[in-house]
Ligand binder design. Structure first.
Ligand code: DGJ
Length: 733
C-alpha cells in the first residue's frame, strides 16, 4: 500500500480568478486555519481547537492585508512585516500570492504531516515557501520558510521571519523568560497593550543576557497551569532572534518569530535560497501544563539527542578546583568518587595551553593542547586512571572562542570576529571565532578530532562564554557583513551536528556560561544543557521551573554544589528533579552527607530517573506564589509518580499539595524517600495507601515548613486500596 498521501492544489497563474480555498493545518486536538483569498493572498482565520468554528476576524477599515499569514513590507501592510526585501532592481515592495500548496504525510512516520505553501511575488522573481509541519499526537506545529531569489541579481532580506500567526482574543498575557548569567529564565507575565512589544537577543552566540527563545501567550486571562487557553512557542535557533507582539486597532494580536534582529540584513545571491530557522507552536486548553507536556513529548520523540539513554551522574570539577589543578589533584577527585555511583568525571576549563597556559580566563582559548606542566601524562593517562576507578572521563571545550593572548591569535588574528580598525570588544577576555570562514570551521573541527580521536573520552561539555559584540567578518565580502550572525549560527549547527554524528557515543552537555544557549535545534546534538552557573538550589528551584515549561527534566543538568550553603538534603532533592550531577570535592564532605549522597544516587538511578526522564511533568505549586513549591512526574501509564516539594521560605500554613496527573480510580502507596539513614518521615501519609482522586482533590499535607525543607515522595499504584484509609488534608492536620 502506498503510504504517501499527496494532495497538490495548483492555482491558476492569474490568482485573481481563483476561488477562495481553505487550508487547515490540524493535529489531534488543535488546528490552524488559513485561507487563500480571491486575490491570491494567504490569510489566517484562527489557531485553536479542532471542532471550533472561528468567527470572521475583526477587521479595521484602514488596514490592508491585515490578516496575511506572512505579511510583507510595501504592499500596504503597516504593522511589523514578516518579510522585507530590497529587490535586485531596488524595488522595496513585496506582495505575495499563493502559487502552490502541497501536503505530504511522512512515509516513515504518519504522525508528521507537512504542508508547503509556495507564494510568489506579483512582480519580482522572488518566492517564499511556508512550511507547516503538524505533529499529530503532540499537537506541535513547526513553522518555517524558504526564501528563493530568482531575480536578476542579489536581494537584501531586511526582515525574514519564520512565522507570524495571529490571534483574535479579547486580551493577551505574554510571559517571557528573561534573565542573565546566574539568573536565567525568570518568568515575567504582562498584559499586552497596543503598540509593539519586542523580545529578543542581539547577542549572536548566546541569549541569556536578554531572554531565552521561548514565550507563552495566555488568551483573555493570565496564564495558569491547568485550564487557561495558552499558546506556547519556542525557536529552534542558538543565535539572535526577534519575537514581536503587535496589537492592531481591532485588538488582534500579530506575533512574529524570526532570526531577523538588529544588525542583520541578509544578502541573498541570485539563484540562492535561505531557509529560516524552525519555530515551534503549541495551542493548549490545559494551561501552561498542557503546553509543557506537549513540548516534552515532542522533544523526547523528535528533537533531543538519544532521549532513551539514561543521563549519567557526573562529577564536574569546576566549582571544586576552578582552573587550579594538576594530575594528582584530579586523581584524588576520582578517588573520592569511588563507590558513590558517579558515572563520569567531567574535567572542566583549564586543562590546555602551553605558551599561554590556561590558569585563569585571561588567556589560552584556541590552544587546545594539554598543558604539559599541569597534566604531563596527557588526557590518555587521566582516562586510564578514571577507568581504574570505574569512572568514565569527560572534557570541557569552548571550541568557538579565541583569547587574544593565545598562539592561535598570534597566527590568525583575522579569525576573530572584530570590526576592522576598531578596538576589539572582549567578553570574559575573549572573542568569537569567525565560523563563516571555512578554514576556521576546519580548525574548530580539528579540536574535536584531536581531543576525542586519540582518547576514550565519553562526555563533552561544549561551552560558549562570549557574545558576538562586533559582527564583522574579515572573510565575508563587504556586501555580506549583515549575514554574519545568521551564517555563524548555521555553521555552528552544522558543526554540532557533525560532532554528534561522528562521535555518536560521546555524550554532551550544551552550555553557554550557564543556560545561555538553550534551544531545540542545538539539543538535537546534546543530551542535556547546563541550566545555570547559579547552583544555589534556592535559585535553581526557580530557574528549573522556568526552563521546565519547554524542556524536559532529562535535559536539565542539575548539579549539587556548596553554593548558597544549603543543607545537603535540599541540594540533592532539587538536583534529583533534573539530570543529577555533582560539582563538589567529595573528600571534603562530612561523612553523614556522603552517606546521603550515596543513598540518593542509588535511589535516583533505580527509582527516580526512570520516572523523571520519561514521565508527564506537572507543576503543582509555583515558587513565585508559594513558600512551598511542588512538582510531580507521573509515569505515562500513571502506575507511578514522584513528587518533589521545596520550601523557599519559612511557612507553616501553606503545606497542602494537590497532586495532578494520577489515575483517580487507582490507589497509590506513599513512600517518602531520600531521607538520611534512620530518619523517619514527618509525613503522616507515609506508608499509607490513598486514592489518586483524593490526592488530586484534597491534597497531601507535606509539612516541610522551614526554609530549605524538602521532600521526595514516591507513589506506586496498587490494584486495590489496602492498609490505612485515605488521609485527607483535614485528617492529616
Ligand atoms: C562557564 C560554565 O557555565 C561553567 O560551568 C564553567 O564551565 C566555566 N564556563 C568554565 O570556564
Amino acid at each position: 500500500m502506498n503510504l504517501i498521501s499527496r494532495l497538490t492544489i495548483l492555482f491558476l497563474a492569474t490568482a485573481a480568478v481563483a476561488p477562495a480555498r481553505e487550508i487547515v493545518i490540524s493535529t489531534d486536538r488543535t488546528k490552524m486555519e488559513l485561507r487563500v483569498e480571491d486575490d491570491g493572498s494567504l490569510t489566517q482565520r484562527g489557531y485553536g481547537i479542532v471542532g471550533d468554528t472561528f468567527p470572521n476576524p475583526r477587521g479595521s477599515d484602514e488596514m490592508v492585508h491585515q490578516f496575511d499569514f506572512y505579511p510583507t513590507f510595501g504592499d500596504g501592510y503597516v504593522l511589523e512585516p514578516a518579510l522585507q526585501v530590497t529587490h535586485a532592481d531596488g524595488d522595496i515592495s513585496t506582495n505575495l500570492v499563493v502559487d502552490n500548496v502541497e501536503t505530504v504525510t511522512d512515509p516513515n512516520d504518519p504522525n508528521i504531516i507537512t504542508t508547503a505553501i509556495r507564494l510568489k511575488d506579483t512582480v519580482q522573481a522572488l518566492s517564499v515557501t511556508i512550511f507547516l509541519r503538524a505533529f499529530q499526537r503532540e499537537d506541535v506545529i513547526q513553522i518555517w520558510t524558504k526564501i528563493e531569489n530568482s531575480e536578476d541579481g542579489p536581494v537584501i532580506l531586511r526582515r525574514f521571519a519564520s512565522a507570524s500567526p495571529m490571534n483574535f482574543s479579547k486580551s493577551y498575557w505574554l510571559t517571557q523568560f528573561s534573565g542573565n548569567h546566574m539568573n536565567e529564565a525568570n518568568m515575567v507575565e504582562e498584559k499586552l497593550t497596543p503598540g509593539t512589544k519586542v523580545l529578543g537577543s542581539n547577542l549572536g552566540a548566546r541569549a541569556h543576557r536578554m531572554t531565552s527563545p521561548m514565550f507563552l501567550v495566555s488568551l483573555n486571562d493570565p496564564a495558569n497551569d491547568d485550564s487557561a487557553y495558552v499558546i506556547g512557542s519556542t525557536f529552534m535557533w542558538p543565535g539572535s532572534f526577534r519575537f514581536s507582539f503587535d496589537i492592531d486597532s481591532a485588538n488582534n494580536l500579530h506575533m512574529i518569530v524570526g532570526a531577523d534582529h538588529v544588525g542583520s540584513s541578509y544578502y541573498l545571491e541570485k539563484g540562492q535560497a535561505l531557509e529560516t530557522p524552525k519555530s515551534l507552536w503549541v495551542f493548549s486548553t490545559e494551561g501552561t501544563g498542557g503546553v509543557t507536556r506537549r513540548f516534552h513529548d515532542w522533544g523526547r520523540k523528535y528533537a533531543i539527542r538519544d532521549p532513551e539513554k539514561p543521563r549519567p551522574v557526573l562529577l564536574n570539577n569546576w566549582e571544586a578546583t576552578n582552573m587550579k589543578f594538576d594530575e594528582e589533584r584530579l586523581v584524588s577527585l576520582f578517588d573520592s568518587a569511588r563507590g558513590t555511583g558517579v558515572d563520569i568525571f567531567l574535567l572542566d576549563d583549564g586543562w590546555f595551553g602551553n605558551k599561554y597556559q590556561r590558569d585563569d580566563d585571561t588567556q589560552g582559548l584556541g590552544d587546545w593542547e594539554v598543558a604539559k606542566s599541569k597534566l604531563p601524562r596527557g588526557l590518555g593517562y587521566l582516562c586510564e586512571e578514571a577507568k581504574k576507578r570505574d569512572l568514565g572521563f569527560g572534557i570541557w571545550l569552548e571550541p568557538e572562542m579565541i583569547s587574544p593572548k593565545s598562539e592561535l591569535y598570534e597566527e590568525h588574528p583575522d579569525w576573530a570576529l572584530a570590526s576592522p580598525g576598531r578596538k576589539p570588544i572582549l567578553g570574559r577576555n575573549q572573542q568569537v571565532l569567525d565560523l563563516t570562514n571555512p578554514m576556521v570551521r576546519d580548525f574548530v573541527w580539528s579540536i574535536f578530532e584531536n581531543t576525542l580521536g586519540p582518547n576514550p573520552i565519553q562526555y563533552v561539555k561544549w561551552d560558549a562564554n562570549c557574545c558576538i559584540y562586533q559582527p564583522s567578518s574579515s572573510y565575508l565580502p563587504k556586501d555580506k557583513q549583515g549575514n554574519v550572525d545568521f551564517d555563524y549560527n548555521s555553521s555552528l549547527l552544522q558543526l554540532m551536528s557533525k560532532f554528534s554524528t561522528k562521535f555518536p557515543e560521546t555524550m554532551a552537555m550544551l552550555c553557554s556560561g550557564g543556560g545561555g544557549r538553550v534551544d531545540y535545534a542545538s539539543l538535537a546534538n546534546f543530551d542535556s544543557f547546563w541550566v545555570s552557573d547559579n547552583t544555589d538550589p534556592m535559585k535553581r528551584v526557580f530557574i528549573q521551573w522556568g526552563f521546565s515549561h519547554f524542556f524536559p527534566s532529562l535535559t536539565q543538568s542539575a548539579h549539587v554544589t556548596h553554593m548558597g550553603g544549603r543543607p545537603m538534603k535540599f541540594s540533592l532533592d532539587v538536583a534529583m528533579s533534573g539530570a543529577l550531577g555533582f560539582d563538589i570535592d567529595f573528600s571534603k564532605v562530612p561523612p553523614e552527607d556522603m552517606d546521603l549522597i550515596k543513598r540518593d544516587i542509588e535511589l535516583y538511578k533505580k527509582e527516580i530517573r526512570p520516572i523523571t526522564a520519561n514521565g508527564d511533568y506537572h507543576r503543582l505549586k509555583s515558587p513565585y506564589d508559594h513558600a512551598q513549591s511542588a512538582v510531580l512526574f507521573a509515569a505515562k501509564d500513571k502506575s507511578q509518580a514522584v513528587l518533589f516539594t521545596y520550601q523557599t521560605r519559612d511557612d507553616s500554613e501553606d503545606q497542602t499539595v494537590r497532586l495532578k496527573g494520577l489515575d483517580p480510580e487507582k490507589s497509590y502507596t506513599i513512600r517518602e524517600v531520600a531521607l538520611r539513614e534512620g530518619v523517619k518521615s514527618a509525613l503522616s501519609a507515609d506508608g499509607s495507601t490513598i486514592s489518586g482522586k483524593d490526592m488530586m482533590e484534597k491534597g497531601l499535607l507535606i509539612p516541610t515548613k522551614e526554609k530549605c525543607g524538602s521532600a521526595v515522595i514516591l507513589l506506586n499504584a496498587v490494584e486495590k486500596a489496602v492498609g490505612k484509609e485515605a488521609v485527607t488534608r483535614e485528617q492529616a492536620s
